[in-house]
Design a protein around this ligand. Structure first.
Ligand SMILES: *Cc1c(COP(=O)(O)O)cnc(C)c1O
Length: 386
């Protein structure tokens, strides 16, 4: 590993050497046939990961651009969108959609909890073009229950748009999976490169099902860079030009996709579930509880509440001095919790080291902890994985 620090924020995530090597490939022209082959392969691998019958788009941009691309190509001005939000990133769909003249309703959960399904049913009865579901919300560490939500949303006739920015490549987003009925499937998955995929920031990735593409046919898309009609010829044949793709990031992404498909999505999901359970169980022995209960907690990141008396800035600085980086909490939780990512190419060894270092940082703030026991709890949970 070339990394000198353990980057355990909820994205970007640790980049492995194979991906750095690919990133440092000689830059070629974007229509050079050698690069075109790599781009094609990267797109094909994305299709395989998501099992979509529709189209995939991989372009320069962050996760937020992928959110925008998903919305503007499926929901038109004056049409209705329902946002199911479990935190800060769910909420982001509201101003985004409003900027395009879309009528937005939002259902927000209390932070750390899920939106009540009865409320979802009531809202859906009023009729929406599409519904956004944030697969895991990076502010709260709450995962959405796709098994419960997708049948309700599809039954109402709306499209299901899944924000997978902190989930894709770690949590199941198989777009050919039927949720209780042959027509009840995910319509759009959007994501970014820097979270569970493990590539540095810079790529927006969006997949549309056939049903989503059909709904977009009659739409006037209020965008230019984000209009998939401009990108379609490039995705069909990357020797076509619309806007210069980030050549080196695509090399890195192609490598990352090889790693993902080699491991396989079933194994990856099991590994991430084990990581989430293990890190939360280990930190619980320090008296640190996750904001989200285990039934709703995300496999990819956790929002961990500080025990009384622990000072946020000093705690995170103590970790940073030891080469481990975690993120602060957002909004009203700032100072009261921290967020730790455990996804992508993060290893069990890194998680073990993280538990040790968090123990040391707590000791520095005069909290009595048993580091050895915490590590044992972590390992016992991780052993379930193998
Ligand atoms: C990180 C994140 C985003 C935003 O992605 P950027 O790359 O920062 O634009 C959106 N949704 C979720 C769930 C995220 O975790």
């Amino acid at each position: 590993m070339r990394n000198k620090e353990m980057l355990l924020v909820p994205g970007p995530t640790p980049v492995v050497d194979e991906i750095y090597d690919a990133l440092a490939s000689e830059t070629r022209g974007h229509t050079d046939p050698r690069f075109v082959e790599v781009y094609k392969h990267a797109l094909q691998q994305t299709r395989t990961m998501l099992q979509t019958d529709g189209e995939v788009y991989v372009v320069a941009g962050s996760g937020t651009l992928a959110m925008e691309m998903a919305i503007v190509n499926t929901v038109g001005e004056g049409e209705r969108l329902l946002v199911i939000s479990h935190g800060y990133f769910g909420d982001r769909f509201t101003p985004l959609a409003k900027a395009f003249g879309i009528e937005v309703d939002i259902l927000q959960s209390e932070w750390g909890k899920r939106v009540d399904l009865e409320l979802v049913k009531e809202k859906l009865a009023t009729g929406y073009k599409a519904v956004t579901v944030t697969h895991a919300d990076t502010s709260t560490g709450v995962a959405s229950d796709l098994d419960a939500l997708i049948p309700l949303i599809k039954e109402s006739g709306a499209l299901v748009i899944v924000d997978g920015v902190v989930a894709t490549a770690a949590m199941d987003e198989n777009m050919s999976k039927e949720y209780g009925h042959p027509d009840y499937k995910i319509d759009v998955v959007l994501t970014g490169s820097q979270k569970a995929i493990g590539v540095p920031p810079g790529l927006a990735i969006v997949a549309f099902s056939k049903a989503a593409l059909k709904a977009s046919e009659s739409l006037t898309v209020r965008a230019y860079y984000c209009d998939i009609n401009n990108w379609r010829p490039v995705m069909e044949n990357p020797s076509n030009y619309f806007a210069t793709p980030p050549v080196n990031l695509i090399y890195a992404y192609d490598e990352a996709m090889k790693i993902v498909l080699n491991e396989g999505m079933v194994n990856r999901e099991a590994r991430h579930i084990a990581y989430g359970k293990a890190i939360r169980a280990a930190l619980a022995t320090y008296g640190m509880a996750a904001l989200a209960s285990e039934e709703v907690a995300a496999p990819t990141l956790s929002c961990i509440l500080y025990p009384a008396g622990v000072e946020d800035a000093a705690f995170r600085a103590a970790l940073a001095e030891r080469g481990m980086i975690v993120a602060g909490a957002l909004a009203h939780l700032a100072g009261k919790a921290f967020r730790i990512g455990h996804m992508g190419n993060t290893t069990p060894e890194m998680l073990e080291r993280a538990v040790e270092l968090i123990g040391e940082a707590l000791q520095q703030q005069h909290v009595t902890v048993d580091v050895q026991r915490a590590v044992e709890v972590l390992k016992a949970q991780l052993n379930v994985m193998v």
